[in-house]
Design a protein around this ligand. Structure first.
Ligand SMILES: Cc1cc2nc3c(=O)[nH]c(=O)nc-3n(C[C@H](O)[C@H](O)[C@H](O)COP(=O)(O)OP(=O)(O)OC[C@H]3O[C@@H](n4cnc5c(N)ncnc54)[C@H](O)[C@@H]3O)c2cc1C
Length: 417
């Protein structure tokens, strides 16, 4: 059976990989000249199993109000007349109800744990190198008031099966000596030893190369314009290549992994998906003084900024903006990331060699990805991974492969059926 995977971000490429490993014939289609060139390009790099709580939680509406009007706020809403933005914002508010947050957190935690296992197994099978570090993630709290919540947070994570340990300021400094550049900024931390970090784009590209070496057909520079449907089945995808040549690619089944753009292709088929683009930014900086830069991946819980060491570079990422499909890089959103690196790790980065980037998180209101059957007989979805696409990629792909094979994935999650 031939399965065509639409979209070659980290979700699409891992989906194609797990399908191929299960014996399916696979092809992969993307408008970019290679894998992982859109949202999977320069994300925070964290395999953050210890962050299953969605943005939609009971505190979120109050925080959003507090940040209203601030250009450098971690969350910025640029209101538009687009009804999709309003619909999504209303659903987001609904997901902030305590019982919805609990349900979403549990489902994400289960999928994230499964995903971590699958990622480690994939690494063993393929031997690919993607600047990975299995050194855990240290969550940092700046004020004593925020740190006071750490024991409760650790115990909630432990109940979900996720190892997490409260660490004093001194223990944080011992774990990551580079934090000594600004010790006063830290009240304490929460350490998740099983978390990891790595370069999602490199991973995606390396895995795509292995797919091709094992016989998958990869169609680059190929824009998917619409899907052809006959009698409740997808016949194929109408595509256009870089030279403007049009054609149709067909398969026995189709998986949509188009990130924020999934809705555009699905809507004409009568399938609405609650995915809205939530823009985020990152900087990737060369290191001026490697020993002053952290090696443990960090999450600044107070500023909502994450940071990962990728080889001889430092990636700092964060911020969320509801601004439609705009990927313009705004200097006022980049500056807080630079300032964060500057003040936490003085002299570590070379400010003459900084690459800014913006990408669109394919966010569902509760941050639960859509994995499973679509509305047509041979249509499948694996999309809407929001803030955790890199973390959840391998688990989502393995679970979808099991569903396509007619099996039940070994994880408790509200799959689509
Ligand atoms: C600033 C930032 C930091 C983040 N940090 C982390 C992190 O630390 N950890 C984590 O787990 N997650 C993180 N994320 C989230 C993660 O990056 C995303 O969830 C993930 O990359 C989504 O992958 P995807 O494959 O679903 O989408 P994408 O990577 O966007 O892939 C979709 C693909 O579809 C293709 N496509 C779309 N439309 C068409 C079309 N019509 N024709 C052909 N091709 C098309 C695109 O070219 C693209 O390659 C972060 C995101 C951002 C923005």
């Amino acid at each position: 059976m031939h399965v065509m995977v639409l979209g070659a971000g980290v979700t699409g490429v891992t989906t194609a990989w797990f399908l191929q490993q299960a014996g399916f014939e696979v092809s992969l289609v993307d408008r970019q000249p290679g894998a992982g060139r859109e949202t999977s390009f320069a994300n925070g790099g964290q395999i953050s199993i210890s962050h299953p709580e969605p943005w939609a939680n009971p505190a979120a509406p109050w925080l959003a109000l507090r940040w209203l009007g601030r250009e450098d706020a971690p969350l910025k809403v640029r209101p538009s007349l687009d009804p999709a933005q309003w619909r999504w914002a209303l659903s987001f508010l609904h997901e902030c109800l305590p019982w919805r947050t609990r349900r979403n957190t549990e489902a994400i935690a289960a999928l994230a744990l499964f995903s971590g296992e699958r990622l480690r197994a994939l690494r063993e099978t393929t031997g690919i190198d993607y600047e990975q570090r299995a050194a855990g993630i240290l969550h940092l709290f700046h004020t004593a008031r925020e740190f006071a919540h750490a024991p409760m947070r650790a115990s909630s994570l432990q109940k979900l099966g996720i190892p997490a340990e409260v660490r004093s300021r001194e223990e944080c400094l011992a774990l990551e000596p580079a934090l000594a550049g600004r010790p006063d900024a830290i009240a304490g931390g929460l350490y998740a030893p099983d978390d990891e970090s790595g370069n999602a784009q490199r991973f995606t590209e390396a895995l795509a190369a292995q797919l091709e070496a094992r016989g998958a057909l990869l169609h680059w520079n190929t824009e998917i314009r619409r899907l052809a449907v006959t009698r409740n089945r997808i016949e194929g995808a109408y595509v256009r290549d870089a030279e403007g040549r049009k054609g149709m690619l067909s398969a026995d089944a189709v998986v949509v992994c188009l990130g924020s753009y999934s809705g555009r292709l699905l809507r004409p088929l009568g399938q609405r998906v609650p995915i809205y683009p939530v823009k985020g930014y990152s900087i990737t900086a060369a290191l001026a003084a490697p020993d002053r830069a952290p090696v443990v991946s960090l999450t600044d819980e107070s500023r909502r900024i994450v940071c990962s060491r990728l080889g001889d570079r430092l990636r700092v990422a964060g911020t969320a903006e509801l601004a439609g499909f705009d990927t313009t890089i705004r200097p006022e959103r980049i500056e807080p990331l630079l300032e964060w690196a500057r003040t936490h790790f003085p002299g570590a980065i070379d400010e003459t060699q900084v690459t800014p980037w913006a990408g669109l998180r394919p966010a569902t209101p509760g941050n639960l990805p859509l994995i499973g059957r679509g509305r047509l007989d041979n249509l499948w979805l694996n999309t809407g991974h929001g803030t955790l696409g890199w973390t959840l990629a391998c688990g989502s792909a393995a679970a979808l492969t099991a569903l396509i094979e007619g099996q039940r994935p070994p994880v408790v999650f509200p799959f689509l059926d």
